[in-house]
Design a protein around this ligand. Structure first.
Ligand code: HEC
Length: 133
C-alpha cells in the first residue's frame, strides 16, 4: 500500500516535470544563464505576466491583454481581435517547442507591453511560469 502510493507520487512527479521543459526551452534557459541570469522563478514570472502598465492610449495592459486571464483557454489579440491559441502547454502541445519563435514573440510582446525588450532573467522567469501551466 505504502509502496503503491510512493510509486503513484513518483509517477505524478515525472509527469509534472515532463511538462516543465522542451528541448527548445532547455536551449533558451542555457542561453539566458550564459547571459548572466540564474534561479528562474515561476512566481516572479507570474507577477510580471500579470503586471499592468499604461498603454499608448492610457489603458492598462499586461501580457493577459491578448493571451487572456486563463492560459488554458484561447486569447484574443487586443488590436486585431484574432484568436490566439491557449498558452498553457498542458492543453496546447505546440507551445514552447521552437526557440526562434519564442524569442521572436518575447521581443515583439515585451516591446508592445513594456516598451522595451525583456531581460534574460525576465524571459527565463516568464518561461518557467508558462511551462508550468
Ligand atoms: C498585442 C497582443 C499580445 C500581447 C499583449 C502579448 N502577446 Fe504574446 N503573443 C501574441 C501573438 C499574436 C503570439 C503568436 C501567436 C501564437 O503563438 O499563438 C504570441 C506568442 C507569444 C509567445 C510564443 C509562444 C510559443 O509557443 O512559442 C510568447 C512566449 C509570448 N507570446 C509571451 C508574451 C509575453 C511575455 C507577453 C507580455 C509581456 C505577451 N506575450 C503579450 C500576442 C500578444
Amino acid at each position: 500500500m505504502k509502496w503503491h502510493k510512493l510509486l503513484l507520487a513518483l509517477g505524478m512527479l515525472a509527469a509534472a516535470s515532463a511538462a516543465l521543459a522542451t528541448p527548445a526551452t532547455d536551449e533558451l534557459f542555457a542561453r539566458y544563464k550564459s547571459a548572466g541570469a540564474a534561479g528562474f522563478d515561476a512566481e516572479r514570472g507570474s507577477k510580471n505576466w500579470n503586471r499592468e502598465v499604461q498603454g499608448e492610449a492610457g489603458e492598462m495592459v499586461s501580457c493577459t491583454a491578448c493571451h487572456g486571464k486563463d492560459l488554458g483557454k484561447e486569447g484574443r489579440h487586443r488590436k486585431t481581435d484574432k484568436v490566439i491559441k491557449p498558452m498553457a502547454p498542458s492543453v496546447n502541445k505546440e507551445r514552447y517547442t521552437d526557440a526562434k519563435k519564442i524569442e521572436k514573440w518575447f521581443k515583439r510582446n515585451c516591446n508592445d507591453v513594456w516598451s522595451r525588450e525583456c531581460t534574460a532573467q525576465e524571459k527565463g522567469d516568464l518561461l518557467k511560469f508558462l511551462l508550468g501551466q
